[in-house]
Design a protein around this ligand. Structure first.
Ligand code: HEM
Length: 228
């Protein structure tokens, strides 16, 4: 009775109902595993992260000591004295240039990912742990620890990274001094920036291992082409 309910009655049209369910499942399976926006932003983020890492190491090598508070120089006691060569004045010119370029690429890309993830409900649907437990299709969903790791990276670590980065910019903090005062000074912001880098590098290492052990080719194909 299509007219009364506005929907086909499965009891009267069993074949049609089965067809519709199959059709819906096929549409679901044909839908890309990752949207084009997630894929493009994922790989731009990966590239800019690599640029940030390489240039960050170059900047760090110019002065591989970490301090707490507002100031820190070669003559003052360090919080962490990294066992790395001191290349004062060495590589930090191109390092800084690449660092700021990659940082802005990452900020803009991250912004696009955040806005679309919120607008489309992607974060709510796919990254927020659900109470219902894992879905029957493990390939198309993330597990709870994976979701929590992604949420921490997207909503905590990257924002903190950008914040501590901006807190080291005199141009920015002259307008918004609170950005740096909450950390207790520019050197504290630098140390936190360094510690988050280590956590992110650890995340990426574990992330790649997890992708590798759960079917590297299939998952990579899905993250590149959309479908496995
Ligand atoms: C800075 C480096 C990276 C970050 C921050 C990062 C972050 C993420 C995030 C947040 C997701 C979930 C995306 C979403 O659904 O919205 C994801 C998925 C994924 N990433 Fe990465 N990623 C990085 C590097 C890599 C690298 C180097 C590879 C491969 C070698 C990789 C392979 C994948 C794959 C295959 C997925 C989909 C996982 C699945 O289907 O279970 N990622 N990544």
């Amino acid at each position: 009775m299509i007219a009364a309910t506005g929907m086909a009655e499965p009891a009267y049209f069993p074949a049609a109902a089965v067809h519709t369910a199959k059709h819906k499942r096929r549409i679901k399976l044909n839908a890309p595993r990752h949207s084009i926006l997630v894929r493009v932003t994922h790989w731009i983020t990966t590239l800019s992260f690599l640029g940030l890492l390489v240039s960050g190491v170059a900047i760090l090598l110019a002065h591989p000591r970490l301090y707490w508070g507002e100031t820190g120089t070669a003559g003052t006691p360090a919080l962490i004295d990294l066992p790395l060569p001191f290349l004062l004045g060495g590589q930090s010119g191109w390092g800084r240039y690449l660092h700021f370029l990659s940082a802005w690429v990452l900020v803009l890309t991250g912004f696009a990912y955040m806005v679309s993830g919120l607008a489309t409900g992607h974060f709510y649907r796919n990254l927020l742990p659900s109470r219902t437990g894992p879905s029957e299709d493990a390939f198309r969903t993330y597990r709870a620890p994976q979701k929590l790791a992604y949420l921490a990276v997207v909503f905590l670590l990257f924002p903190l990274m950008i914040w501590t980065g901006l807190a080291m910019s005199p141009a920015v903090t002259s307008v918004f001094p609170e950005l740096v005062t909450v950390f207790g000074g520019q050197q504290s912001a630098r140390t936190i920036h360094f510690l988050i880098t280590n956590i992110l590098v650890l995340f990426v290492a574990v992330h790649i291992v997890m992708v590798a052990v759960s079917g590297f080719i299939r998952r990579m194909r899905a993250m590149i082409r959309g479908n496995a």
